[in-house]
Design a protein. Structure first.
Length: 343
């Protein structure tokens, strides 16, 4: 059984103030990727030097680089504020059929949550005509001539929308978007959220625990995605896995078959299964930890809603708030598979 997933072929990295201050490799890659647009956008290197880099350092601008098979292919920049501006989004031609614009739009929108009242950006007229459906899917329905023209040869338009309209559209599409780019091709909407104690989460991530025990469960969850919630005191969504198989049997038979994969002592197992005629052994595969835990308080803050984790597990179909929260957590995790067609 494969415990850990293969590496993503799309990874998204944020350019932090530390990168700009120290001139890290990520910052050098980002800088070179922006400057190469000088022939199309005169003085873009001056804009980068005088506006973007100081903004990254003082926190008023956000920047991302997307790597496809370790090659930088996407750059994105936004200027944060009540009237947030998406300053730059470029996707290399080699990857333009992979539908990555949604991911980067969603990231920038998420980054200005509780900051922006509105969002705007400029774009060439030809791009607006070509991608109207894409922009309208995020709540940008109109484009007017921009008072400032950036390009040499084509008229620049400006799009505006309220943040509330953009946020509602993003939350609506985000679960499907994450499903399309999922590393393990599992559907969040058809999956589970499962609460597990922190000490057992750690053993799962280190490969010392491959089977989770539950007093009640259902075989229908086989081959579904399970999002892992680390309970008190961590209180965070920490990653996900695939339910490889579900076995129900007597506690004695389950211990005999899976005892070395449970990550607990025989005493702990006996205490948990005391008085039961049957328990469920849930075998996990394709374990994928997040780069960093997403705290329950953070996810509640993003949604402006109080999220209550399940005592044992819950279906995503029955809890839209958690479905959206997990989609946000996956987006911030920043590792995906590229796709060739948007459904």
């Amino acid at each position: 059984m494969d415990l850990f997933t293969t590496e993503a072929n799309l990874q998204i990295s944020r350019v932090h103030d530390r990168d700009a201050l120290l001139g890290t490799d990520l910052f050098s890659i980002f800088k070179a990727a922006i400057i190469k647009h000088e022939p199309m956008y005169p003085k873009i290197s001056i804009w980068l030097r005088d506006k973007v880099i100081p903004g990254i350092l003082n926190g008023t601008r956000i920047a991302y680089v997307g790597f496809h098979n370790d090659l930088p292919v996407v750059t994105a920049i936004a200027k944060k504020g009540e009237s947030t501006k998406f300053c730059h989004l470029h996707i290399d031609e080699v990857i333009q059929d992979k539908n990555l614009g949604e991911l980067f739009f969603s990231l920038m929108i998420l980054d200005v949550r509780h900051i922006a009242d509105g969002i705007h950006f400029t774009l060439p007229e030809s791009l607006w005509e070509k991608e109207k459906n894409f922009f309208s899917s995020f709540g940008f329905n109109n484009a007017l001539k921009s008072p400032t023209q950036y390009r040499k040869s084509e008229e620049e338009l400006i799009c505006r929308s309220t943040f509330n309209q953009v946020w509602a559209a993003t939350l609506e599409k985000l679960p499907k978007l994450i499903d399309l780019h999922s590393l393990d091709h599992q559907n969040i909407s058809n999956g589970l959220l499962m609460s597990i104690r922190p000490q057992f989460i750690n053993k799962i991530f280190h490969g010392d625990k491959v089977v989770e025990i539950r007093k009640k469960f259902n075989h229908k969850w086989s081959n579904r995605r399970v999002t892992l919630y680390s309970s008190h005191p961590t209180k965070a969504v920490v990653g996900y896995a695939t339910i490889h198989s579900v076995i129900d049997d007597s506690p004695s038979n389950v211990w005999e078959r899976y005892g070395y994969q449970l990550g607990c002592s025989k005493i702990e197992f006996d205490n948990y299964t005391a008085g039961l005629n049957k328990v469920f052994a849930i075998q996990l595969s394709n374990v994928n930890p997040y780069k960093s835990p997403m705290l329950l308080s953070q996810l509640s803050w993003f949604l402006d809603k109080k999220l209550i984790p399940p005592q044992s597990y819950s279906s995503m179909k029955e809890n839209r708030n958690w479905l959206q929260a997990i989609s946000i957590a996956d987006l911030l995790h920043g590792k995906f598979k590229t796709i060739t067609q948007m459904v």
